[in-house]
Design a protein around this ligand. Structure first.
Ligand SMILES: CC/C=C\C=C\CC(=O)SCCNC(=O)CCNC(=O)[C@H](O)C(C)(C)COP(=O)(O)OP(=O)(O)OC[C@H]1O[C@@H](n2cnc3c(N)ncnc32)[C@H](O)[C@@H]1OP(=O)(O)O
Length: 310
C-alpha cells in the first residue's frame, strides 16, 4: 500500500523524481535500500517531502554499523537540500526497529581498541560520540522530522524518535527503553531527550529503570506521540498528509520555528526570547511574510503560495 501511495504521488510529481544530483532525492527502490545506502530507502513522495525508510525488515530494522553512519550522511545531505522542506521517517515491515544490532555491536562497542585503559577509554568515548551523532543530526536538521512507528520501537528506536519533531504511531506500536536489560545505561539520547518529551519525570524514570513496554494508548496519553492510527497504511497516509501541510508553508517560517523551539527547550525564557529576536531581526525581512500576509487577507491557504527555495 505504501508503494502505491508513493507511486501515485510520484506520478503526480514526475519532475521531482527525474534523476537527481543527490542520493536523498532518489526514488525509493521498491526492492530495498536506495544506493549508496544499504540500510535506508530514500524517496521524494511529494513536493519538498523526503521519506526515509529504515530498510532491514528481515532483521527488524536493527541498527547495524552501516545504519549509524548512513543516517548521518543522509541527514547531512537533507539539511542542505533546498528541495527538501520536511522529512518523514518510518520503518519497513511490521516493526519500526529492534534497536541496536546486537550481532554487530560486539565488534565495536564492546571491544574498543587501545594500548592501556586511558587510550581504550578515549577510543570508547569517540565511538559513543559517533553513535550519538546519528540522532543528533536529526535534531540539528532545520527541516522538521515526522516519525511514524508501527510495532516494536526498542532501545535505539526510542533514542531515534525522541530526536524527531513529531511522533505518530499505530495502535499496535510499543516502545521500550530496553538498555538496562542489556546491561547499559541508554547513551545516545533517550535519557537526555525523553524527559523533555514526556511531562512526567516519574514515568520516564519508570520506563528507563524497568524497561517495561509502553503501548500506543499510554504513549498518546503521556505525550510521547501526538496521534495514533489504526494501522500502518493509515499512519503513513497521515504522516505524508501532515508533511504536505508543513512543506506547503514558508520554509523560512517553518525552519525558524523548529530551530527556535529546540533552542527554547534547552534555555530560559529570557534566553529564548533573546535568541528569537536575533533570529527574526533578519528572518522577518523575508518576502515570505508579505506573501503569506497577503494570502491570509485574501483568505487563501499559504499552500497556494510559491515560496523561494531555502
Ligand atoms: C553505543 C550504543 C548505542 C546504542 C544502544 C542501543 C541499545 C539498544 O538498542 S537496546 C535494544 C536491543 N534490542 C533488543 O534487545 C531487541 C531484540 N529483538 C526483539 O526483541 C525482537 O526481534 C522484536 C523486535 C520484538 C521483533 O520480534 P519478531 O518480529 O518476532 O522478530 P524475531 O524473530 O525476533 O527477529 C527476526 C530477525 O531479526 C533479528 N533481530 C531482531 N532484533 C535484532 C537485534 N536487535 N539485533 C540483531 N538482530 C536482530 C533476529 O535475530 C532474527 O534474525 P534471523 O536471522 O531471522 O534469525
Amino acid at each position: 500500500a505504501m508503494a502505491f501511495i508513493i507511486r501515485s504521488a510520484l506520478v503526480k510529481n514526475r519532475s521531482l523524481w527525474l534523476p537527481g544530483l543527490s542520493a536523498v532525492r532518489a526514488v525509493s527502490s521498491p526492492g530495498g535500500p536506495t544506493p549508496p545506502f544499504t540500510t535506508l530507502s530514500v524517496s521524494q513522495p511529494a513536493t519538498a517531502v523526503t521519506h526515509i525508510e529504515l530498510h532491514r525488515p528481515e532483521k527488524r530494522n536493527a541498527m547495524n554499523k552501516a545504519f549509524w553512519r548512513e543516517m548521518v550522511e543522509c541527514f547531512t545531505q537533507i539539511a542542505e537540500d533546498p528541495d527538501c522542506r520536511v522529512v518523514v521517517v518510518s520503518g519497513a515491515g511490521d516493526v519500526f526497529t529492534a534497536g541496536i544490532d546486537l550481532m554487530d555491536m560486539a565488534s565495536e562497542v564492546l571491544q574498543p581498541e587501545g594500548d592501556d585503559m586511558a587510550r581504550t577509554s578515549w577510543n570508547m568515548r569517540r565511538i559513543i560520540a559517533k553513535y550519538q551523532e546519528t540522532f543528533s543530526v536529526i535534531e540539528r536538521c532545520p527541516k522538521p522530522v515526522v516519525v511514524a512507528v508501527q510495532g516494536a520501537c526498542v532501545g535505539g528506536g526510542v533514542d531515534l524518535i525522541t530526536a524527531c519533531d513529531i511522533r505518530l504511531c499505530t495502535q499496535d506500536a510499543w516502545f521500550q527503553v530496553k538498555e538496562v536489560d542489556i546491561g547499559l545505561a541508554a547513551d545516545v539520547g533517550t535519557l537526555q531527550r525523553l524527559p523533555k518529551v514526556i511531562g512526567s519525570r516519574s514515568l520516564v524514570n519508570e520506563l528507563a529503570l524497568t524497561a517495561r513496554k509502553m503501548y500506543a494508548d499510554e504513549a498518546k496519553e503521556s505525550g510521547l506521540v501526538s496521534r495514533v492510527f489504526p494501522d500502518k497504511e493509515a499512519m503513513l497516509a497521515g504522516a505524508l498528509e501532515m508533511a504536505g501541510e508543513i512543506a506547503g508553508r514558508s520554509p523560512v517560517a517553518v525552519q525558524g520555528t523548529k530551530v527556535n523551539l529546540i533552542y527554547s527547550r534547552d534555555h530560559s525564557v529570557a534566553e529564548g526570547l533573546n535568541y528569537m529576536a536575533t533570529w527574526n531581526m533578519s528572518m522577518l525581512q523575508t518576502e515570505d511574510v508579505m506573501k503569506s500576509a497577503a494570502a491570509s487577507m485574501e483568505k487563501k491557504s499559504p499552500k497556494t503560495i510559491t515560496f523561494s527555495k531555502l
